[in-house]
Structure formats: structure tokens, C-alpha cells
Design a protein around this ligand. Structure first.
Ligand SMILES: *Cc1c(COP(=O)(O)O)cnc(C)c1O
Length: 450
């Protein structure tokens, strides 16, 4: 079963050939979900005592299972946040899998960790963090936000030894990503909601006012969002960062989607103030062309995170009791895949200018979509896009109309665009992070709105 024998050779050919074909992306439809009953009918029981053989399993995957998964890298997949990995990144994901790398410790994975850290350093540099900033690639923004807040609370606990509050708390806006409130639940701490202005942005002034009124003595961190998921709004990082510095609060910037815009000169100014962050996250699997799952978590002072997260046990002494960089020490989790390597390989292959160009391309297409929506007689633009999300209303439509339209688009293989809720109203949005999404793709979607 383990040896690379003749049977494995045949299977390797089949798997490589499948992967190459899928990656070439020629005519891969959007596909769509089947029910469990339908899948049972088509696939049945696959796990048997004797095994069905790799070729048959691969055929079932290609013919049925894969086709009941929506193609997230399709140029007209514009829901949620799509995934648009470069070919280089996807190819290297195969190499990471083939190499059984362990990237939790320097001892076992120094080469992989060295390369991952260069990719993290590029991001830290774009954000303007000082030398010495660093962190780890975690599975997603959810893990990244949680891990950063755990490090922040650790620092607060140390600082307030002997004067612990009855409850700890984090402040953020109602527009903050769902993972922030979820992190507060996991940590059993309070979340203090700060109201936003007309433009949807959190400001230092509103933060100060709310904290004063709340009178909570356990606030230790503030989460600002650099690109909200629904509208792409970037909080006022400058004044929020200033207020945090003044009040002695940890300043975390959740840029899971939006901070990729740091690479794009046309929107870089929106992130001014991010250089004050104590920590930030950005997901290369969103707008930086890496495959799932890949979030960069970066700390200004990684030593705090290390003190907060290092797991201790006799069997770990050989790796924890030295000065080496062990990625597992900077987040929740121990065993880890070298998930930053596909991103690193693509960056090393293409160079950073290609990243700038690709992000700018998606912004150009976003501006095209914005103009078309603005001049469309049946559509209302709901927010001037700051990044690459465009949210709009189809006049006269009920939630059922949006749903029927969305289902028809997918069934006709024209696009995958779902509705969202904005200010209590069902509307829709386009998230444009795939450089292969062109003006013609936007036309197909907008023309289908009647
Ligand atoms: C997507 C997103 C997250 C969560 O990231 P995952 O990778 O899905 O866990 C957090 N914050 C923002 C702003 C996001 O857009």
C-alpha cells in the first residue's frame, strides 16, 4: 500500500493528468451542489473492506463529486470572496503535499519556515511594520483573529497582574467580521460595539466616546476592519490607531480580505495608519492568489505572541527550549502544514510587481462594474466601492426575486452571485478578486438583471 510500485505509477499519471487538466481551466463549468440523496444515488458507498482502487475513486471524484462543488476560481464566481490562485501557487501546493513537510518547528522545517517568513516579511513591509515584525500562516482569518486576540489578552493579563478585571473585552464595530464575535465567544470575553458614521467607518473619536460611555474596565484590544466583507469599507486606521496608542489598547487590523490592497498604489492611501497595528491578518487565499487555506498573521512584537501561544510538554522541550523560530508558537494550533509555501513560490516566481498589476486589474474591473451599475436604469449603487466589492440593489425586487435570479444564473452556468443583506434589505454584491474576471464577465451578470 505504501510503496511506489507499478500500480502507484499508473495512479500517479492519472492524478497528475487530472490535476493538469483542471488547472488549465479550460471550460471548467461553475457546477453546483447536489443533495445528499442525489449523491448517494450517484456515488453510493465508497469505503469498502477491499477498496475500489484509485482509478475508480478518481473517476467518481471527477465525474460526480468534483462537479457537485462550485468552481470558486471561475471568473464569474463573484459571491462571498472567491479564490483565484495563480498556476504557480496551485502547482506548488502539489509539491507541498508530495513532500510531507512539517512546518510547526524550525528543527523539522527550517527551509520551509525560512521561505514562509520571507513572504510574511513582504506583507509586514507593505504594511509599514518595523523590522522584527513576524508571525505565522494559519488556516484562515478566523484563526488569525482569534490568535491575535489571545496574544493581546495575554499581554493585558501580564500588565495588569494583581489588578485583573472581572471581564475582559474587545471593541469593534457591527461591521466587523462574524469571526470577531465568535473569537470573543471562544475566549469568553465581552464585545463592545462601536457605532459607525454615515460612511460606515470606525473612527478614533467614536471609539473614545463609546469606551468612555461603556465604562468597562477590561477592554484590552480594538479590532479595526480593513475591508469589510459586505461592502469593502476600510475603517479610519489612522485615528483608531492613534486612540489605541493613547489608551494603551492593542490595535488589531482585520484585513483578511482587504489588506491585499496594500500592494495596489491606487488604493494604498486607504490603509494609512495600518503601520500602527500591533497585529494584522490578511488572507492570501482571498485577494492574493493563493489556494485555500492560507492566512498571514503578523505581529509587531512576535515575542508577546510566542509567550502567549507556546505549548509546553516534556516531549516538546527539545523544540521550545531554544531561540529558534517555531511557527506553532505564534497561533492556536500545533501541527501545521507549510501552507504559506504556495504563496511564497508564486511570489518568488512572478515577483511583487505582478501582484501589484493583478490587484490593480481587479480594481479596474471593479470601476467598470461600478460605472455600469451607476448608469443602469434598474440598479442602485449602495456604496461607492473603496476596494473591489460592489454592492447594489435591483429596484423592485423581493428576496424571492434575488434568489430565483441567483439560482437561474448558476443553473445556466452564467455566474455565481448570491444575495446579501445590507441595512436590513436584501440586495446583492460582486466581489472581484480574480484577475481573470473581465469586463465581459461583468456584462453577462448585469445584463441578466433585466
Ligand atoms: C473572510 C474574512 C474573515 C475570515 O477569514 P477566513 O479565512 O474565512 O476564516 C475575517 N475577516 C474578514 C474581514 C473577512 O473578509
Amino acid at each position: 500500500m505504501h510503496r511506489y510500485d507499478a500500480g502507484t505509477e499508473v495512479l500517479a499519471e492519472a492524478v497528475m493528468s487530472y490535476s493538469r487538466q483542471r488547472m488549465s481551466h479550460q471550460d471548467v463549468p461553475l457546477d453546483g451542489p447536489l443533495s445528499a440523496a442525489e449523491l448517494h444515488e450517484l456515488v453510493g458507498q465508497t469505503i469498502t473492506r477491499e477498496g475500489m482502487g484509485g482509478e475508480k475513486a478518481l473517476r467518481l471524484f471527477g465525474d460526480v463529486l468534483a462537479q457537485s462543488c462550485i468552481t470558486t476560481d471561475h471568473p464569474r464566481y463573484l459571491s462571498f470572496i472567491p479564490c483565484a490562485p495563480t498556476k504557480a501557487a496551485t502547482l506548488f501546493d502539489l509539491v507541498v503535499s508530495a513532500s510531507s513537510l512539517y512546518a510547526g518547528t524550525w528543527m523539522e522545517g527550517s527551509g520551509a519556515v525560512y521561505a514562509e517568513n520571507q513572504a510574511l516579511a513582504w506583507l509586514a513591509g507593505l504594511a509599514g511594520l518595523p523590522e522584527g515584525a513576524g508571525g505565522v500562516f494559519v488556516p484562515g482569518g478566523t484563526f488569525g483573529n482569534l490568535s491575535a486576540l489571545v496574544a493581546a489578552r495575554y499581554q493585558a493579563r501580564q500588565r495588569r497582574a494583581g489588578d485583573q478585571p472581572s471581564r475582559w473585552a474587545v471593541a469593534g464595530t457591527a461591521n466587523a467580521h462574524s469571526s470577531i464575535v465568535s473569537a470573543c465567544d471562544v475566549m469568553d470575553i465581552d464585545f463592545i460595539g462601536v457605532p459607525v458614521g454615515e460612511d460606515g467607518r470606525l473612527t478614533g473619536e467614536a471609539l473614545r466616546r463609546t469606551l468612555e460611555q461603556a465604562g468597562h474596565d477590561g477592554v484590552f484590544a480594538v479590532v479595526a476592519t480593513a475591508g469589510t466583507t459586505n461592502l469593502g469599507i476600510v475603517d479610519d486606521l489612522e485615528t483608531v490607531g492613534e486612540a489605541c496608542a493613547e489608551l494603551g489598547l492593542w490595535f488589531h487590523v482585520d484585513g483578511a480580505y482587504g489588506l491585499a490592497g496594500l500592494a495596489a498604489p491606487s488604493v494604498r492611501h486607504r490603509f494609512s495608519g495600518v503601520e500602527r497595528a500591533d497585529s494584522f491578518v490578511v488572507d492570501p487565499h482571498k485577494w492574493l492568489f493563493a489556494p485555500f487555506d492560507c492566512c498571514a498573521l503578523v505581529y509587531r512584537n512576535p515575542a508577546i505572541a510566542r509567550a502567549a501561544h507556546t505549548q509546553r510538554a516534556g516531549y516538546l522541550d527539545v523544540v521550545t527550549e531554544n531561540d529558534e523560530i517555531n511557527p506553532s508558537d505564534y497561533a492556536v494550533g500545533l501541527t501545521r502544514r507549510a501552507r504559506g509555501l504556495p504563496f511564497w513560490f508564486s511570489l518568488a516566481t512572478h515577483g511583487t510587481q505582478a501582484y501589484t498589476d493583478a490587484v490593480e486589474r481587479t480594481l479596474t474591473v471593479t470601476r467598470y462594474a461600478t460605472e455600469r451599475i451607476r448608469s443602469h436604469p434598474l440598479l442602485d449603487l449602495l456604496h461607492e466601492p473603496e476596494l473591489s466589492v460592489v454592492c447594489f440593489r435591483r429596484r423592485g425586487w423581493t428576496p424571492q426575486d434575488y434568489r430565483a435570479w441567483s439560482e437561474r444564473l448558476l443553473a445556466e452556468d452564467k455566474g455565481f452571485v448570491v444575495s446579501t443583506t445590507h441595512a436590513g434589505e436584501t440586495v446583492t454584491r460582486l466581489a472581484i478578486v480574480n484577475p481573470e474576471t473581465g469586463e465581459a464577465d461583468i456584462d453577462v451578470i448585469l445584463d441578466s438583471l433585466g
